[in-house]
Design a protein around this ligand. Structure first.
Ligand SMILES: *Cc1c(COP(=O)(O)O)cnc(C)c1O
Length: 386
């Protein structure tokens, strides 16, 4: 079944709607616990941390969209990431892309490092470098492609093959692409992570995280972490996420189309020093990206000539909201240096090329013309010598 159809009918067999009323919108099971008919034979749900039918609906939806066997919903993207990291043990080692979301970098370098999980960060555009970082204690490889905020591209099939060769768990954060544009399990990945706060939710009204596992055994282990650690998504937020996911295909297609118009236009502007977008022929990962994803997505990052120009530009913008986050119906401009990557020390940012002149634009559903007009007036105000 096509993904666009699955988004509307994630459960074609209809097993999630057993109350007999035929609601088209799934009911919100706002309950902490479930009455049992028999003390020795519990029903399918006993307590909402362990399982809840509304959360179950979003969990099975994401599993089917990603082509995995098990989906699990968490209180945030970071809760999903941290719960997956709890599959490992002190003394284990992870090879991670050096271009990771700032919060994931912080979790690995502070909380999990203190706890004894060691991480080596490598430029994941170079799969040979990834393999060189593997040690006898390495248990997993963890990447993002395209990455946040520089949209670097990693060869996912090559990473999955490397993981297979060394017996590692291959983990990817698929937030920027969503299953609409990229399905890493089909490329050989074991665990797919999402900040569902972004494109999957899509309306800037819910914080949520999802994880999907390729095989049932890993799914079971992660479900045990979810139930034990307890960072679950509540029923109302699960419902909001389900509602957002239904329109993912039309939203992301429209946002991507506008991004594809804006990226070359930005690249041609004298006020813009560099554009990072995997849809541009100038992007070093464009060919690899084209081979593993169905489109370049709706996030563009670009550099102005210096930090002052970036500041003037951001202050002059009217339509894109200056905010943390991305993937909403409204365009969102963020400043990695003080927002998504504030958790990364300045030296680590500089090492990765995340300069103070870099801004990240998540293209929303406004008209391309209106966005261009607004970007134009803000760029003019940021022009050097003004
Ligand atoms: C936002 C984001 C996260 C963290 O998700 P939260 O829902 O904010 O906890 C993780 N990865 C990526 C790529 C993100 O953009």
């Amino acid at each position: 079944m096509d993904l666009t159809t699955l988004l509307i009918h994630p459960d074609p067999s209809g097993t999630d709607h057993q109350d007999g009323f035929g609601d088209l919108a799934p009911p919100i099971h706002q309950t902490s616990t479930f009455a049992q008919a028999d003390p020795l034979c519990l029903g399918p749900y006993d307590y909402s941390r362990s399982g809840n039918p509304t959360r179950g609906a979003v969990e099975s939806a994401i599993a089917s969209l990603e082509g995995g066997t098990r989906g699990l919903a968490f209180a945030s993207g970071m809760a999903a990431i941290s719960s997956v990291l709890l599959l490992f043990s002190p003394g284990d080692h992870i090879v991670a892309s050096r271009d990771l979301y700032g919060g994931a970098y912080r979790a690995l370098t502070t909380l999990f490092a203190r706890w004894g999980l060691e991480t080596t960060f490598v430029d994941a555009t170079d799969v040979v470098a990834l393999s060189r970082a593997v040690t006898p204690r390495t248990r997993a490889v963890y990447v993002e492609s395209p990455s946040n905020p520089l949209l670097t591209v990693t060869d996912l099939a090559a990473v999955a093959a490397l993981a297979k060769e060394y017996g590692l768990v291959a983990i990817i954060d698929n937030t920027f692409m969503t299953p609409f544009l990229q399905r890493p399990i089909a490329l050989g990945f074991d665990i797919v992570l999402h900040s569902a706060t972004k494109f999957l939710g899509g309306h800037s009204d819910v914080v949520a995280g999802l994880a999907v596992t390729a095989d049932p055994a890993t799914g079971q282990r992660l479900q045990a972490v979810q139930n034990t650690f307890g960072a679950v998504l509540g029923p109302k937020d699960s419902w909001l996420l389900l509602r957002g996911m239904r329109t993912l295909a039309v939203r992301l297609a429209a946002e991507q189309a506008t991004a594809q118009t804006l990226a070359p236009w930005l690249a041609a502007r004298p006020e813009v020093a560099r554009v990072h977008y995997p849809g541009l022929p100038s992007h070093p990962g464009q060919v690899i990206h084209q081979g593993q994803a169905d489109g370049p997505g709706a996030v563009i990052s670009f550099e102005l000539h210096d930090a002052t120009a970036a500041k003037l530009f951001m202050r002059a913008l009217r339509l894109p909201k200056l905010a943390v986050s991305l993937g909403g119906v409204e365009s969102i401009l963020s400043y990695p240096a003080t927002m998504s990557h504030a958790a990364m020390p300045p030296a680590a940012r500089a090492e990765r090329g995340i300069s103070d002149a870099l801004v990240r634009l998540s293209v929303g559903l406004e008209s391309a013309n209106d966005l261009m007009e607004d970007l134009d007036q803000a760029l003019v105000k940021a022009a050097p010598g003004d």
